[in-house]
Design a binder for this molecule. Structure first.
Ligand SMILES: Nc1nc2c(ncn2[C@@H]2O[C@H](COP(=O)(O)OP(=O)(O)OP(=O)(O)O)[C@@H](O)[C@H]2O)c(=O)[nH]1
Ligand SMILES: [Mg+2]
Length: 434
């Protein structure tokens, strides 16, 4: 019982007791005046006190002040009853309000109607150490209010330790999937000897991950298969999270709901240039695909983001896909699925070292309406060595633990400027045009 309610009931009890005491004084042998059982109803009128009517006979006493006190007490009791009734009513309405409010809270927070969405992390068991703080950061900055699921995928079974630790950090349901060999091995049209020679050459040329076989499987998987995993098939939207990344700002709205309501299909935070030596033929193959399926090019595409000469050459700009919030229906349907199959047949995931970042970015920039691509400028984010930190966070009401001076966006290697230009967005204040 709430405190005010207790207090009022206590007062009622006290006054009732006092009233009874008074009544007793009037009616009991204390002063020996009772001639009848005196049941006093609260509706008793003051006049009846003075009238010997019916079987009521009052003692001879001077009513004077005592009756006034009695009436006063009765009045107080009536008032208190009214008050109690009123309290009950306001309690009811408060309860109703609380119910509504809780419902409103539920709408906006922990029991919110969730979108059909999940976090997804492709990881090795050895990535656990780098993942712990990352998960914690995502939970603290966003997911502890929403509790979205988190799908972990691996080309090997996850260890007990990985499952135990990661699931203890995720506030939604943590789910673990093993990738089938059909999605993590060489397709039969790839010449493995030729692929091994490429890796050797790239090692000698010092190209980052150029000698790695697993890195290539990873890039191919992230390009064309993760959204087909049986666990991922249950969802429409995903937020990709990699080990050793961090979020820097509180996110006080549901980003997945934003994607759906604003009809966004692809979201990013950092854009930069790719190493040409890893994707030498990617643009040519893309153009071949487009020549077969010219309708795939969206009439309001973001082509200007990836090409400075209307598509003759690729300017190497891409969204950094270690962070992605996107709609998997885009990847699952033509033209993307056809485009991926076309690239896969061309063999560049193994004969070069095509990354999922340029593949996703080229596809999103060509096939989507530019309005469907969103820059999550308000999400402070680091994947070493680059950070996106929102400009003027305090003025914008953002709670961030990064400094705008850390921002990579306006450095020469970044492509954020190209994105603004392609979207016809004015550059932020103090950012020079060139
Ligand atoms: N299961 C599995 N996951 C992998 C493998 N290689 C990479 N990953 C994951 O794929 C994602 C990308 O790999 P990273 O090694 O981070 O690649 P990167 O971001 O280009 O390079 P870094 O600068 O090292 O982060 C990460 O989530 C990794 O955990 C692998 O062989 N098996
Ligand atoms: Mg990484």
């Amino acid at each position: 019982m709430s405190r005010p309610r207790k207090r009022i009931l206590g007062l009622v009890a006290l006054l009732t007791a006092a009233y009874l005491l008074f009544s007793k004084e009037f009616t009991s042998g204390g002063i020996g005046l009772v001639t009848r059982n005196s049941n006093i109803s609260h509706s008793e009128s003051p006049a009846s006190d003075h009238t010997d009517s019916g079987d009521v006979s009052y003692p001879k006493y001077t009513a004077g002040e005592t009756t006034a006190q009695r009436l006063d007490l009765l009045k107080k009791l009536q008032d208190l009853e009214q008050q109690e009734l009123h309290y009950q009513q306001s309690e009811d309405s408060r309860h109703k309000f609380r119910l509504q409010n809780t419902f409103a809270e539920q709408q906006s927070s922990e029991f919110a109607a969730l979108e059909n969405a999940t976090f997804v992390t492709l990881a090795r068991n050895s990535d656990l150490l780098g993942l712990m703080n990352t998960i914690r950061s995502v939970e603290d900055r966003f997911n502890n209010r929403y509790h979205y699921d988190w799908v972990f995928l691996n080309n090997e079974p996850f260890t007990e330790e990985f499952v135990k630790v990661s699931s203890s950090l995720v506030s939604g349901q943590a789910r673990y999937g093993v990738i089938g060999l059909d999605h993590w091995s060489y397709p039969d049209w790839i010449n493995r000897t030729a692929a091994a020679e490429v890796r050797n050459k790239m090692r000698n040329a010092g190209i980052i991950y150029g000698d790695s076989e697993s890195y290539r499987h990873m890039c191919r998987y992230e390009s064309g298969f993760f959204y087909h995993h049986p666990l991922m098939r249950e969802y429409k939207y995903y937020w990709r999270v990699e080990p050793d990344t961090l979020l820097h700002c509180d996110i006080d709205y549901d980003v997945f709901k934003y994607m759906r309501e604003e009809k966004k299909k692809y979201g990013f935070t950092i854009a930069l240039r790719e190493y040409i030596s890893t994707i030498e033929s990617l643009w040519d193959v893309t153009r071949q695909y487009l020549s077969h399926v010219p309708d795939a090019l969206n009439s309001n595409s973001l082509l200007e983001f990836i090409s400075d000469d209307y598509g003759v050459t690729y300017n190497l700009c891409h969204f950094w896909t270690n962070f992605e919030i996107a709609d998997m229906d885009f990847w699952r349907a033509p033209p993307y699925q056809d485009y991926f199959d076309f690239l896969d047949k061309a063999g560049g995931f193994f004969y070069e070292r095509w990354g999922d970042a340029p593949v996703h970015s080229i596809a999103a920039s060509l096939f989507l309406d530019k309005k469907e691509i969103h820059f999550f400028d308000d999400i402070g984010y680091t994947h070493p060595p680059f950070t996106h930190c929102p400009m003027n966070p305090i003025e914008r009401g953002l709670t961030c633990s990064c400094l705008p001076t850390q921002n990579f966006d306006w450095q020469s290697y970044s492509c954020t400027r190209q994105f603004y230009k392609a979207q016809n967005m004015p550059l932020p204040d103090n950012i020079p045009n060139a």
